[in-house]
Design a binder for this molecule. Structure first.
Ligand code: GTP
Length: 238
């Protein structure tokens, strides 16, 4: 039996993970099912999984429309959009028999449980996947930072940030073909080089709490499973 390298993980899924690449926005049922199936697969390895969802498939505070709206209002709109993604993911997971709980940092009792750390940990111990929505509940913080905060609070072993690139590069690999990928990089080096892919506040929080972050490509076959099994994939910031 394959053994996971971690006991408890926080997986950060960007909103784009939910959209069809052809359409470029919204939630795609096929994509959702594929993510849910991958999660069911890694759950079967016996680890505890918490997920922080983003919202870029629905609303981006940095987009043209977002910029036309007051920053904190735009951020709250983004937080609401994460709840939509969280509920969609819950539905997809439960349809294939995976028990889940959705928690939200902004109270909306009719839709989801409020975020309560001790309850979240209890759900994880009972084998449920916990989906954290509404980011940190505060504007000016990204869902990357929410992932770092939640991971620290629930004593996760690692943050796995699933993205559309293979890891941390010296420059944007889509714009610069000479950009070099790091296998491993220290928090300080990441911050000093002003690298992108995950935001600085999240990296700083992780540095102060000695929590490793792995950045990897969600869209490569078996990547989530391989990362969880401790295979050298993507970039580790530690
Ligand atoms: P344990 O009793 O520890 O096993 O956890 P539990 O989640 O099964 O118990 P609880 O009675 O808290 O929750 C039962 C169901 O109601 C679960 O699906 C929860 O997600 C849901 N639930 C609990 N609190 C809230 C809430 O404030 N709002 C909403 N919408 N659902 C809630």
């Amino acid at each position: 039996m394959e053994k996971p390298a971690y006991h408890r993980i926080v997986l950060k899924l960007s909103g784009e993970a939910f959209q069809s690449p052809q359409v470029g926005f919204g939630i795609d049922a096929g994509v959702l099912l594929s993510i849910a199936t991958q999660l069911k697969g890694i759950k079967a390895l016996g680890l505890e999984i918490a997920i922080v969802v983003g919202a870029g498939n629905i609303f981006r505070a940095a987009s043209t429309i977002g910029r036309a709206i007051d920053r904190s209002t735009a951020d709250y709109m983004g937080m609401l959009a994460t709840v939509i993604n969280g509920l969609a993911l819950q539905d997809a997971l439960e349809k294939i028999g995976v028990h889940t709980r959705v928690q939200t940092a902004i109270e909306m009792k009719e839709l989801a449980e409020p975020y309560i750390k001790r309850k979240a940990v209890r759900h994880l111990e009972k084998g449920r996947i916990v989906i954290f929505t509404s980011g940190t509940g505060n504007p000016y913080f990204t869902t990357d930072t929410a992932a770092a905060l939640r991971a620290i609070e629930i004593n996760a072993d690692v943050i796995l940030k699933a993205t559309k690139v293979d890891g941390v590069y010296s420059d944007d690999p889509i714009k610069n073909s000479k950009a070099k990928k790091f296998g491993r990089i220290s928090y300080l080096e990441f911050l000093k080089k002003n690298l992108k892919v995950i935001d600085r506040t999240a990296v700083t929080l992780c540095m102060e709490n000695k929590l490793p972050i792995i950045i990897f490509n969600l869209f490569k076959q078996d990547n989530v499973k391989n990362v969880v099994l401790g295979k050298k994939i993507g970039t580790i910031i530690a």
